[in-house]
Each structure stands twice: as C-alpha cells, then as structure tokens.
Design a protein around this ligand. Structure first.
Ligand code: GLN
Ligand code: ZN
Length: 761
C-alpha cells in the first residue's frame, strides 16, 4: 500500500470464532483444565488474533487489548489497585487474585461491575484506596514482546489512559481527582518509559471518557497528565484515542502534547468533522480517523467513506492520516463466515470484525492508490448495498403509513391517572399491598430441553404446546396455593425477553454465531433488526388466555417494551433509533389490543433497558427520553380506563429520571428496593410520584431465601415515605434463574410479610 495512509485497529474481539475464550475460562474455573493449559490456550488465541489482523492488511496492530477477563481490571491489577478485602500485600497479581476480584472468592465479594459507556460491555470498577500505586507488571510491554517474537509484528500497545481510568474508578471523592492523578502519574510514566526503551513506535492511549463532556477542570487535568508524560517520556508517539461520541471541545484536545488524536466519525453525529472544518488541524498532528462502525454490524458504504477521507485529507497533512474502526471491535461478533442460514442479500450487507478489517484495508487502499485499481471491489460493495437497501421488507409502505398516523394521535390514555385509579380500584378490588411477581418462573432443565426438542423437530408443535400448558397449569396452582393476589403465566415459552418477540415480529433476523462479550466469559447474541418491524400475529395471547382460564384471580399479560427491544438488538442504521422504536411500539400496541380483546386486562410491559439507551452527553438525554417515553405510551395507551398497565425496571439508578418514568404513565411500576435500601423510594416521594409502585422486596439474583422480617422491614421503610395505598409487593425481577424450591420459600415469606404489614397499618 502507498505510504500516505496508514491502517490501524483499536482492539479485536477476545472471544474467538467459536467462543474458545469463553470455553477456556469456564473450563479453568470449573477445574477441568490447569492454569498452564489456560495460559497456553489463551496464548494460542492471542496469536491467532494478531495474525488475523496482520493478514487483513492492518499496519498498526493493537497489542495488550487481549485479556483474561476485562481490560479495566487488567489496568487496575497492573497498578496494584486491589481492595483491602483480598488481603493483597504487593508483588505480582496471581491469577487467583485476578479472578477473585472479577468474580468473588470464598473470603471476599467480587468488585462491582458496570457498563462500559453506552455499550453492553461491562467492566470491573477499580476501587482506588490509599495505597501507592506500583507497576506490578507491564502488560502492554509483555504483549508487545509476544507479538514480536511470535508473529514478527511490531505492535501498537494499547493503554487505558489515566484520565479515563480514574473517571471509571471509585473509592475517592470526585473533588480529589487531580490529587489521585498525581499519585498515578509516576507509574504511567514508568510504564511508558519501558515501552519506549523497548523501541515501541506508537502507543494508543484510550481516553473515551473525554467524550462525556469536559469541564475546565477536566481540561486542566488532561493538560497536566499529558504535559508531564511528554516531558518525562519525550519522543514516544502517543495516539490519544476517543470514541463513542464527538470529542469536544476539539481544540482543547488538539492542544495536548501528543502525536496524534483518534476520533470517531461514525457515532459523533457529524460533530467531529464539523469541528475540524472550523479549526486548523495542527501541522504536526496525526489523525486517527475512525471511519468503520465498530459498534454495529452493517457493511460500510465504501463510496461514502472515500468521500469522507477525501475531505479529511484536505485538512490533515499528507502522511499523517490513520484509518481505523470507530472503536475496538470488541463490540461486534468475530466473523460472518459461518452465517450460512442468512439469505445472501442480507449476508452480503453484514460485516463483523474480520469483514470490517477487510473493508478498512480496501477503503484505505482505494483512497491511497486510486479507486480505479479497486473498481471491481468497489462495484461489488455498491451492488451488495443497493440490493440490500432495495429489499421490500425494508421499505414497507403500510408500516410507514401506520407509524405516520400514529404520530398524529394523542399519545395519552383517555383519562389521567388519578381518575383511572378510581375506576381501576372499583374494578379490581385488590387488597392493600397486593402481591405479585415480575413474570418468569424457573426455567428448569426440563423446560429448556423441551424447547430444544421442539426446535429440532423432535417434538411436534402440539406436543410442545401441551408441555407449556402443563407448566402454566402448575404455575397457576403454585401461585394460588401461595396466596399471591395477581398471577402470571410464567414465561415458560420464552428463551429471552427480546429474542422471543424478535422471532415473532417481522423485520428481525437471527445469526448463528453473532456473539459479543457482555461481561467476563458471558456472551450475548443480540437479534438483528434489518428491516421494518411489524406485527404479524398475536405473540402472547394464547398463553395468557390459557393461564387466565385456570383462575379467578387476575393474570397479567407480559410483554417486553419497545425501548428494551431496541436497546438489546443490533439495529439497522438507515433509520433513526427513534423511528425504529416507533415501529416496535406500533407492533406492541397491536399485541396490547389483542390481549385486551381476549380478556387480559392487566398488562405488564417491561422496560429494564430504558436507561441503557441514554446518550453519553447529558445535553442529549432529554431528546432520547422524550421519544423513548413516547414509544412506551404509544405501545400501551389504546386500552380501556379500567385496564391496568404495569411496567418493570430492574436497576436502581433511576433517581435522575423519575420525571420520565412518571411520564410513561404506567399505572404500576415495579422496581428494585432491597439492594438500594429504599433510597429510590425517597426519590419517588421527592418527585411526588403518585402512581402505583411495586416494591422489589427481595433480591432474586441470589439463591439466598430472605426471611419475612427483612421484607417487612423493607416494606415499612417505604411506608414511612409514601402512602400504603400506592404500593405493591413483589420480588425485584423475574425468577427464571432460580430453582422452584427457593422460589417457593421466598415467595411464601413475601406473602407472609405483606399480610403482617397489612394487619399493622
Ligand atoms: N418479565 C421478565 C421476567 O420476569 C422481566 C425480566 C427483566 O426485567 N430483565 O423475566
Ligand atoms: Zn428485572
């Protein structure tokens, strides 16, 4: 390739084509393989990933991004940041300690885990204490040597930047950020000096935290960090890498004394290019241009990318342009090669990590050497995309027309909540503090095996349906026996709360091997929205109606909400997320209508993922919440006043969005209360939340059976804050991961707790 454009990769998926990485880890944890075998297997994978990138023609190949669990945990471990409860007293971090921090051990609970920016990847939160950081091992250096020795690759070490590392950590007051940074600067300098001594040319310093918004103090801190590094490690070329959003103010970042700046030109809403147009690009600075979408699975439009490159070259001095994916490819699956079940028009429009690297090489070559030399490849790209775009299911007139009409309808229910509440009280005649559950009951091995037999065609539809009916019968009898007030059918027919609906709606496809890492060895295979989403036929009516036929108590219908379905899928990128959410909302609205028409008049529409869709920049939150709330309302508002809409959200960080939750206008929302010790209820009170609240009085994530006293305490705490008439009593999430025995014991205690409190008020 011509020397004027360089190609780079920011990180490669760890999991392997067939999730070999997961298997190695889980085999090690369960004692099936030794540490030596684990290390050998991991080295093999690491080498394979390096070679794959090399063969794809990538020039700056990342090293040090590979990990045994999580790259943030690696960084903490590298600097000896270990919480005191693990009894660590210096030296190299053993594998045992490393995994104990990730997963907990007999003596110490695991470190907290949270979402990596707005992705579905979760990192281990470093707990920074008083200790003086030390460089316990130089992981990027080891990875650099490995790549050089094993594959002759002159790698580009990837280091999590100090600013981002601290922003993602806990254990110190935010006001101390600059002081804590001073403590860590020496070890960062040592790490970089060792790289320089080794002869490393480029280092990728990941600083994604800068995209969440920079105040004056942040800029001062970044200056302090990078000026210190520049003076102590002169001559080492740092590429300060940002991603997931626009880097603003760009000027401040361009002023930092680093050799290059990496920007995301895919997820920045066009702002990065706009900033570059406004500013003069410094003559001595390299640009790492993230042009290939590292977050989604669609093939790039080569012509559009070439046009972008043409414009960037007008600003960036010749020879200082690096083309790269928008972020690490960690967020996309490995290879499309095994996807032989997809029709070719669709398959040819999908690119996973390997295909993205090939795309990058092609586009860079065409930009450097002239498009004529790659005419055939570029024509193939153009044709594949135009065939895909022309698929009739991607431009359905009927869907567009219905969504348009829906937008013109009012999005509210016919009566405001206060009046609905009266008619609903008359209709339902529920006791004070009604008890219920969140939807799913244990998905036992028997249930999973039955589904597998049916999927493989070993069981007929009739046989499988009869099996599910039997599960429902048992679940209804079980709930009646326990004395619950509002029942559920148990969700035995569902694998996953998004996949189940995806399989029944138009517009979805499912990959065979489209896995991505979610946390640790856990991978998810998000379904793909590739076309217009639309209702085909009732999805949940049969099971709900059957359950209702077995009891005189109310049975809740059970749906996943439009925003959660959206946020847990790979989504087509030619429409706005809002537009896709509206299509899903329209389809769910039809399901809600079908349920109501069939006599199901309590309907729960789960939205556990509503928070996950929040944009990274605070100024964009309102817009997102507005359309997200509206999608929920569209899905749920056609019902009668007496029909009761429930919703459920699992996590506790809703304090700052109670307005939006209220605007969803669900009659009842169930939330988690046991782990947050009722803090959330206080926020609801402060915001004068007046609708029903289901108190998640026990943590379903633990097999422990909580006793009645714990639950009455949690209920009483809530009653001190808000009126008893507002509350429902339930577990904090669905019970599908639990066993029947513990479920029975816990629910028995829960019903008992509700009865005790009822008597007391
Ligand atoms: N109704 C779903 C269940 O009970 C809700 C799951 C969730 O909130 N994640 O499984
Ligand atoms: Zn939940």
């Amino acid at each position: 390739m011509s020397s004027t454009i360089t190609t780079s990769s920011l990180g490669y998926p760890r999991i392997g084509r067939n999730r070999e990485w997961k298997k190695l880890l889980e085999d090690f944890w369960s004692g099936k393989i030794s540490e030596e075998q684990l290390r050998a297997g991991m080295s093999g994978l690491q080498l394979q990933h390096l070679k794959t990138q090399q063969q794809a023609g990538i020039e700056l190949i990342p090293v040090g991004d590979f990990t045994f669990y999580d790259h943030v945990l690696d960084t903490a471990a590298m600097f000896g940041v270990v919480p005191p409860r693990y009894g660590y007293d210096g030296g190299e971090i053993s594998l045992e300690l490393y995994f104990a921090m990730a997963r907990g051990s007999a003596g110490a609970t695991a470190c907290e885990m949270t979402k990596w920016f707005n992705t579905n990847y979760h990192y281990i939160v470093p707990e920074i204490g008083e200790q003086t950081p030390v460089l316990t091992a130089n992981k990027p250096l080891a990875a650099y040597r490995f790549a050089k020795e094993q594959a002759g690759i002159e790698g580009k070490p990837v280091v999590l930047g100090l600013y981002t590392f601290l922003k993602l950590s806990k254990g110190f007051p935010a006001a101390d950020l600059a002081a804590v940074a001073e403590r860590f600067l020496p070890v960062y300098i040592q790490l970089l000096q060792e790289l320089k001594q080794e002869g490393v040319a480029w280092v990728q310093i990941d600083e994604p935290a800068v995209v969440t918004g920079l105040g004056a103090e942040d800029i001062t801190l970044l200056e302090r960090i990078y000026e210190t590094i520049a003076s102590r490690v002169p001559g080492l070329k740092l590429l300060l890498q940002t991603y997931f959003e626009a880097a603003e103010p760009l000027e401040a970042l361009l002023n930092l004394p680093v050799a290059g700046l990496g920007l995301d030109f895919v997820h920045d809403g066009g702002a990065n290019l706009e900033s570059i147009r406004q500013l003069a690009w410094p003559a001595d600075k390299w640009l790492g241009a993230g042009i290939i979408d590292g977050r989604n699975i669609w093939r790039s439009d080569a012509a559009a990318k070439l046009e972008l490159i043409r414009e960037l070259r007008a600003f960036v001095p010749d020879g200082q342009l690096i083309l790269q994916p928008s972020c690490s490819l960690l967020h996309v699956p490995v290879s499309v090669q095994g996807e032989d079940r997809l029709k070719s028009t669709v398959r040819n429009a999908i690119a996973f990590a390997d295909e993205k690297l090939a795309e990058l090489s092609l586009i860079a070559a065409a930009a450097a050497d002239g498009q004529d030399r790659y005419a055939a490849e570029l024509a193939e790209n153009r044709e594949a995309l135009s065939l895909f775009r022309a698929l009739p299911e991607r431009g359905r007139g009927d869907v567009a027309e219905q969504v348009r009409r829906l937008q013109q309808l009012p999005d509210s229910r016919s009566l405001p909540f206060a009046e609905r509440q009266k008619v609903q009280r008359d209709k339902w005649q529920l006791p004070l503090l009604p008890t219920t559950t969140i939807g799913s009951f244990p998905q036992t091995a028997e249930v999973r095996q039955a589904r597998l037999k049916w999927r493989k065609g070993v069981w007929s539809q009739e046989r499988y349906d009869a099996f599910v009916r039997k599960q429902i019968e048992d679940a209804i009898a079980f709930q009646e026996e326990l004395g619950l007030d509002v029942l559920v059918h148990g969700e035995f027919e569902r694998t996953d709360m998004v996949e189940f609906f995806g399989e029944k709606l138009a517009g979805y496809l499912f990959t065979k091997g489209g896995w991505v890492q979610s946390y640790g060895s856990r991978c998810v295979k998000p379904p793909v929205i590739y076309a217009d989403v639309a209702f085909v036929e009732p999805m949940t009516v049969m099971e709900s109606v059957y359950a209702q036929s077995l009891t005189r108590l109310p049975v809740k219908g059970m749906l996943t909400g439009p925003v959660t379905i959206l946020n847990w899928s790979f989504v087509r990128d030619d429409l706005s997320r809002e537009a896709v959410a509206n299509q899903i909302a329209l389809a769910l609205r039809q399901e809600v209508e079908a349920l109501e028409a069939a006599g199901i008049e309590m309907i729960q529409v789960d939205e556990p993922a509503i928070r996950e869709g929040l944009p990274l920049k605070a100024e964009d939150h309102e817009h997102y919440l507005n359309w997200a709330v509206r999608a929920f309302r569209i899905a749920t508002n056609p019902v009668k006043d007496t029909t009761q809409i429930h919703t459920h959200m699992c996590y506790s960080e809703f304090n700052d969005m109670i307005d939006s939750i209220s605007a969803m206008d669900a009659d009842v929302i169930s939330i988690e209360t046991s782990r947050s010790h009722g803090e959330l209820i206080v926020s609801f009170e402060e915001q004068e939340y007046d609708k029903g609240i289901g108190l998640g009085v026990y943590d379903i994530h633990s097999p422990r059976v909580p006793d009645t006293r714990e639950m009455t305490a949690s209920i009483e705490r809530a009653l001190r804050v808000l009126d008893a008439g507002q509350f429902w009593i339930n577990p904090d999430c669905g019970l599908k991961t639990r066993g029947w025995e513990e479920t029975a014991a816990a629910l028995r205690n829960m019903v008992e707790a509700a009865e005790q409190v009822r008597k007391a008020v």
